[in-house]
Design a protein around this ligand. Structure first.
Ligand code: C5P
Length: 310
């Protein structure tokens, strides 16, 4: 909904409860079969009309993350900037917009924070400029910005094939409880994929083309049964992330010793996500991390896809 000269939208970060990585494709991406789950940690983008043409991107002081400006360029390389420019050119508009990002999802953390920014920017600008594009049309544009943008637009839970952009909604008839532990450092997604390729090559392993996900995971999500789900979670990128950042093993071990049902590296990492039995268990786990000097977030899932705030 556009009210006056500004629109605020948000989009969720994600956890992959299952991620199978296939071979490297000619376009530099890997084919995937994944189950995406959107979580209640949401990026927000406030878009306001400017008098002068141009796209200005700023970080909001309301951000809950202490973001090092070095890690987030605010110029034409920023995904929010690129999303606004792409939508404007698609709709034949000259952009004159200020975009304020409220950062909550860890930067370079494996939770699709950048893709969530792009998804929120697309939805905010679509409303601000009254472009009238559908979610599907925005997803087609968004997939040119990042493989996870279509899922951040869709939200909820979904099976992702292709590079993660061919999505089918999955059902979750309840709430799942998570604690995520961000790392003090980032991991480069391409580097994690490259490390997996190198580990596999050293073993002489040729990954098959992944074309489906485990039906048992979808059944466990549907109920949802966190105990069953915790025994089925799998992430092919985890070993590569652990190879690059062995200290994550300690975080995984600590969370499980403090009562999590299971821990998993989120996407390409280094954020680690722990599935908990219920909200009480999640809060107790977060307290346990806090006593050991680790920051964590208590989250629920599924969270809706990108939407404009009323
Ligand atoms: O699309 P996005 O910018 O998020 O991807 C970052 C990088 O991660 C890609 O350039 C590619 O190296 C790697 N990637 C991949 N296969 C995917 C998704 C990402 O190899 N399905």
């Amino acid at each position: 909904m556009r009210r006056g000269n500004s629109v605020t939208a948000s989009a969720p970060g994600k956890i992959n409860v299952s991620l199978h990585v296939g071979p490297l494709r000619e376009d530099g991406y890997h084919s995937l079969a994944s189950v995406f789950l959107a979580v209640s940690l949401r990026e927000e983008v406030r878009a306001s009309l400017l008098d002068e043409p141009g796209i200005q991107v700023v970080l909001s002081p309301d951000s809950t993350l202490d973001v090092d400006p070095e890690t987030i360029p605010l110029d034409g390389r920023n995904l929010v900037h690129r999303a606004a420019a792409l939508l404007a050119s698609h709709c034949g508009l000259e952009p004159a917009v200020r975009l304020e990002i409220v950062k909550r999802v860890p930067v370079a953390g494996g939770m699709a924070g950048g893709s969530a920014d792009a998804a929120a920017a697309l939805v905010a600008c679509n409303a601000l400029w009254e472009c009238g594009l559908s979610r599907e049309e925005l997803a087609a544009l968004g997939s040119r910005l990042g493989a996870d943008v279509p899922f951040c637009l869709l939200g909820g839970a979904a099976v992702g094939l292709g590079v993660g952009d061919e999505l089918t909604t999955a059902l979750v008839h309840g709430e799942l409880h998570w604690v995520v532990v961000p790392a003090a450092f980032g991991l480069s997604t391409p580097e994690v994929f490259r490390r997996l390729d190198a580990l596999r090559e050293a073993e002489g392993y040729a990954a098959p083309e992944p074309d489906s996900v485990d039906a048992a995971i979808l059944a466990a999500l549907r109920t949802p049964d966190s105990h069953v789900l915790s025994t089925l979670m799998v992430n092919d990128l985890q070993r590569a992330a652990l190879d690059l950042a062995p200290e994550l093993r300690d975080v995984l071990g600590l969370g499980e010793s403090l009562g999590a049902l299971a821990g998993i590296v989120s996407g390409s990492g280094p954020t680690v996500a722990f599935l908990c039995e219920d909200t009480t268990a999640a809060r107790a786990l977060a307290d346990g991390f806090s006593h050991r000097g680790l920051v964590s977030f208590v989250l629920t899932a599924p969270s809706p896809g990108a939407y404009v705030h009323p």
